[in-house]
Ligand binder design. Structure first.
Ligand code: HEC
Ligand code: HEC
Length: 269
C-alpha cells in the first residue's frame, strides 16, 4: 500500500496515466470507428439511391421505363452502370429531347450531385462500369507517344487523327474531342455511347486509357504546342498533303515561271 502511494506521487505518474488513457481511447476508437463509418457510408449510399430514384421518375422514366427496363423510346438501363449515366447526363446528351439519328450534346441540366444520385440509382439496378475516380483519369505521367499509337489504331477511323471528329453513315457523326473532360473521355471508352464501340478495362487497361487521354489533351486546344508550327487544323494527311501540293508545287511552278521570264528577257537584250 505504502509502495503504491509512493509511486502515485512519482513525478512521472501523471505522464504514465495520461499515456494509458490515450492508448485506451485510441483502442476504443479503432474498435468502433470503422463500423460506424461503414454504416454511415451505407446510409449515405441508400439515401443517394432514393434521391436518384425520385429524379429518375421525373426526368427519365418516360423513355427508360419506371424500373429502368426500357420502352420503345429508350433502351434498358439495367447493367449500363454509373459511368454511362455520368457520361450521358454529364455531357448533356440525356435527358434526350427529340428523336434523330444521334442524341446530341446539350447544356447540362442537372448538378453533379444530382448526376451522382441518378448514377447511384441506375447502378443499383444491375452491375456495370463504375464512374472512374480522379486519379484513374489523371493523364499526368502517361505516355503520350503510346497514346498516339493507341488512338490511331482504335479511334482515328472515326474521330480523325487528332480527334477532330468526322461524319459516319446514316447522319451519325463522331464528335470533335476538343474540350471534353478526361473523366468523360474515360467513360466514353468504358461504355461506348451510341455507335461507338466500348473499350472495357479487360481489353484496354486503365494505363492505356490514360495514355490516350494524354494524347488527346496534348494534340488539342493549345495551338502553340504543335511541334511542326502551324497545325493546319490538325485534320491529318489529307489537309497536310494538300498544303504540300498547293504551296510546295505552286512555289516551284512560280519559280520556274520567274526563271523562264528572266532568261527570255536576258536573250532579247
Ligand atoms: C426522350 C426520351 C429519353 C429521356 C427523357 C431520357 N433518355 Fe436516356 N436514352 C434515350 C435513348 C433513345 C437512348 C439511346 C441512345 C442511343 O444509343 O442511340 C438513351 C440512352 C441512355 C443511356 C445510355 C445507355 C447505354 O446503353 O449506354 C443512359 C445511361 C441514359 N439514356 C440515361 C438517361 C437518364 C439518367 C435520363 C434522365 C435524366 C434519361 N436517359 C432520359 C432516351 C431518353
Ligand atoms: C466506330 C466509330 C468510333 C470509334 C472507333 C470510336 N468512337 Fe468515340 N464516338 C463515336 C461516336 C459516334 C460518338 C458520339 C456518341 C454519342 O453522341 O453518344 C463518340 C463519342 C466519343 C466521346 C464523347 C465526346 C463528347 O463530345 O462528349 C469520346 C470522348 C470518344 N468518343 C472517345 C473515343 C476514343 C478515345 C476512342 C478510341 C479508344 C473512340 N472514341 C473510338 C464513334 C467512335
Amino acid at each position: 500500500m505504502k509502495k503504491l502511494s509512493a509511486r502515485r506521487r512519482h513525478p512521472l505518474a501523471a505522464v504514465v496515466v495520461l499515456l494509458l488513457a490515450l492508448a485506451a481511447t485510441g483502442g476504443l476508437y479503432a474498435a468502433f470507428a470503422p463500423a460506424g463509418k461503414a454504416q454511415a457510408d451505407e446510409t449515405a449510399q441508400s439515401l443517394a439511391i432514393d434521391e436518384g430514384k425520385k429524379l429518375y421518375s421525373v426526368g427519365c422514366a418516360s423513355c427508360h421505363g419506371s424500373g429502368g427496363q426500357g420502352t420503345t423510346d429508350g433502351p434498358s438501363l439495367v447493367g449500363v452502370g454509373s459511368a454511362a449515366v455520368d457520361f450521358q447526363v454529364g455531357t448533356g446528351r440525356m435527358p434526350a429531347q427529340q428523336p434523330g439519328a444521334q442524341v446530341p450534346k446539350k447544356p447540362v441540366i442537372y448538378t453533379q450531385a444530382e448526376i451522382d444520385q441518378l448514377a447511384a440509382y441506375v447502378a443499383s439496378l444491375g452491375a456495370g462500369p463504375i464512374t472512374p475516380t480522379g486519379s484513374q483519369v489523371d493523364p499526368a505521367g502517361a505516355d503520350v507517344a503510346k497514346g498516339g499509337d493507341l488512338f490511331r489504331t482504335n479511334c482515328a477511323q472515326c474521330h480523325n487523327f487528332t480527334g477532330k471528329g468526322g461524319a459516319l453513315t446514316n447522319g451519325k457523326y463522331a464528335p470533335d474531342l476538343e474540350g471534353v473532360s478526361p473523366k468523360h473521355i474515360y467513360e466514353a471508352m468504358q461504355t461506348g455511347p451510341q455507335s461507338m464501340p466500348s473499350f472495357p478495362d479487360s481489353t484496354m487497361p486503365e494505363q492505356e486509357k490514360k495514355d490516350i487521354i494524354a494524347y488527346i489533351k496534348t494534340v488539342n486546344g493549345d495551338e502553340s504546342a504543335s511541334p511542326g508550327g502551324l497545325s493546319l487544323g490538325g485534320l491529318g494527311p489529307v489537309s497536310e498533303g494538300l498544303f504540300g501540293w498547293i504551296f510546295g508545287l505552286g512555289g516551284l511552278i512560280a519559280i520556274a515561271v520567274w526563271v523562264a521570264a528572266h532568261t527570255a528577257k536576258a536573250k532579247k537584250s
